[in-house]
Design a protein around this ligand. Structure first.
Ligand code: PMT
Length: 402
């Protein structure tokens, strides 16, 4: 296990009954070698005394954004930290973080933080299931923050269900795992295709599709953060990866994407094909803008190269190929048959039947199918979180764990 020695951690404690667990959390983090600076909302301090947490962390605890000592320090702390953990995070503070409200020391520091941010929600089961909370969680994940999943069990209300804050041991294990996977793809070369393709009809028109590139760009960023050398072959998209070390090859048409992907895959360990590639293109591309003449216009289309099938057919031993399937019906059978035909090691199915999945959304809902015929279903998540799940599956396959 990676350890937390020397890691500078901000721990935000908001007003939930689960705040009593933050004493153990501070103790465990310090034991793992971290330096811990505790921040509390005023209602957090109603549940556990700042004196307890300052004694355990051996630092003053900040509870008030307007006090002299903490007025500017939310900015300094945001720059100082290697990670920020908000645990417990109430529904109210979650909503504030999701919409950028900075009216207390935790939310203000969160907005200034340049480090990875982790959040461990704690609330009653109906609050956790409410569409507003679901949306706020997805928004926070969509900004690149990390959700530490809630537990299931008896809640403070006496009801039983999901909403318990993760146990301090689980939070520390999650952090260990996060740093462990920082370099988990170091030395691996990864090709990712993303976005739509545009097939020209004339100088002003094209055949395209609704892909935004979000899924593939999220994969490129997540793989780069794990230390991989990533080349992103990106169809026409307004997006660019956040991680500057991702090499981007911009392309327009399926033909261009095919040539670029073939070249990059020669030297790659893994190919992940998230692009929505046009299957057909106009046989003729008019050099001039086509004039409006008759009531109908006929375009003859010819088949485009299938990038996935080309790469799958020529895959060398030790190379891995992961494809996507975008389906509208008979999803599992269609995806499995695509996996076999294109020689994918894994296929990621997203269905347009699922609200919030597929094109353009910031979220996706996927099912991963492998050669073992096992079906791994994931819930609706931000595309960034989906990208992490896909990379975890690829790594598990790579390491012979599935
Ligand atoms: O870009 P976003 O807005 O975030 O949307 C993401 C997405 C919905 C585009 C993405 O998640 C996705 O599903 N991508 C694949 C879409 C698709 O074209 O699926 P398909 O079932 O038609 O193709 C199967 C596989 O073959 C895909 O990996 C595709 O990249 C690949 N393919 C298809 C045709 C072709 N000529 N060449 C290919 O490589």
């Amino acid at each position: 296990m990676a350890n937390l020695t020397g890691k500078k951690m901000l721990l935000g404690v908001t007003g939930s009954i689960a705040a009593y667990k933050s004493a153990s959390l501070v103790r465990l983090l310090i034991k793992a070698g971290a330096e811990v600076q505790v921040l509390m909302t005023k209602s957090g301090a109603d549940f556990i005394s700042p004196l307890t947490l300052s004694t355990l962390s051996k630092r003053p605890v900040y509870t008030d954004i307007t006090s002299e000592e903490s007025w500017n320090s939310h900015v300094e702390m945001g720059l100082w930290a290697d990670a920020m953990v908000v645990a417990p995070l109430t529904a109210a503070s979650l909503a504030k973080m999701a919409c950028g409200m900075s009216d207390n020391i935790i939310t203000a520091t969160y907005l200034s933080a340049r480090c990875p941010v982790f959040f461990a929600p704690a609330m009653d089961l109906d609050m956790w299931q409410h569409p507003a909370t679901r949306e706020n969680v997805r928004r926070l994940q969509g900004f690149g923050n990390h959700l530490i999943p809630v537990g299931h069990g008896e809640l403070a209300s006496g009801l039983v269900g999901e909403g318990r804050m993760a146990e301090p041991e689980e939070i520390v294990a999650y952090l260990h795992h996060f740093w462990e996977r920082q370099q988990s793809l170091a030395g691996k070369k990864i090709l990712i295709t993303a976005g739509p393709t545009y097939e020209p009809i004339d100088p002003v028109r094209f055949i395209g599709n609704r892909s935004s590139g979000k899924m593939g760009v999220a994969l490129a960023d997540a793989a780069a953060r794990r230390g991989a050398e990533v080349t992103l072959v990106l169809g026409p998209s307004r997006l660019l990866p956040r991680e500057s070390q991702v090499k981007v090859i911009p392309v327009q048409s399926a033909g261009e994407m095919h040539r670029a992907a073939q070249e990059v895959f020669k030297d790659a360990d893994i190919g992940i094909l998230a692009a929505a590639v046009a299957d057909y293109r106009p046989r003729e591309v008019s050099a001039q803008k086509i004039k409006k003449t008759g009531d109908t216009l006929r375009l003859e289309l010819v088949k485009n190269p299938d990038i996935a099938a080309t790469l799958g057919g020529g895959k060398a031993p030790g190379q891995w190929l992961v494809g996507f399937a975008l389906e509208t019906d008979n999803e599992l059978a269609n995806a499995q048959s695509k996996r076999e035909k294109k020689n994918f090691d894994l296929i990621v199915l997203n269905s347009l039947q699922d609200e919030g999945a597929g094109f353009h959304y910031d979220t996706n809902k996927i099912t991963i199918l492998g050669k073992d015929n096992k079906i791994r279903k994931f819930e609706l998540k931000s595309k960034l979180a989906v990208a992490e799940d896909i990379l975890d599956e690829i790594e598990a396959l790579w390491n012979g764990k599935i």
